[in-house]
Design a protein around this ligand. Sequence first.
Ligand code: FMN
Length: 207
Amino acid sequence: MKLTQPHRDALADILQWRRDVRHFRPDQLPDRIRDTLQKSMDFAPSVGNARPWRVIEVASQNARKAIIANFESANADAADIYTPDRRENYVALKLAGLQEAPLQLAVFTDLAVEAGHGLGRQSMPEMLQYSTVTAIHTLWLTARAENIGVGWVSILDPAVVCDVLAVPDTWMLTGYLCIGYAAEEDDTPLLDRNGWQANSATRWERR
Ligand SMILES: Cc1cc2nc3c(=O)[nH]c(=O)nc-3n(C[C@H](O)[C@H](O)[C@H](O)COP(=O)(O)O)c2cc1C
């Protein structure tokens, strides 16, 4: 397939408007969207074609409550590392849409995956987790193309998430995703807009 300028324009829009979303409308997503997001991950690259990502949809109220409690505890610990001034800024940030996001996915990497027969990850075993990151990013862009927002939550104790969701010992938490319709859209990262961290251009050197 030969791609043309309209494809490039569409991709540029998706990239520019794919932001990390933490403010969601509570409206449920159509089932079609869940299927589309699931299928999008099938297109992600992975080391040795191992496809080590494993997804758990966190749907029960009990599990959701446990994840929120986990976030609140990890977030309070995280705030402690800052000086008082910066801590005040930190605690004012909204860093997760766990209360509202209608679809929540815990995305794991199976560190014992046999698929791929170890190809490409002997000297750099972390490639398995990087593969899962590519699947998450593929889902993220696909969601944006459907006018759906995604927020990545990493302020969690992964051992607690594994325990709450009773996943196998070989699964490592790679990302926890809040997904839903964004309450507001923007083409600039929230952390830039609220003064926490300005955007910078990619550092790219030639040697
Ligand atoms: C690996 C990873 C973990 C992240 N964890 C969090 C998080 O716990 N809370 C949060 O608010 N944003 C989190 N983010 C989103 C970043 O804050 C966001 O990507 C960054 O500020 C740039 O904004 P943008 O995604 O809108 O371009 C995470 C992003 C990545 C890639």
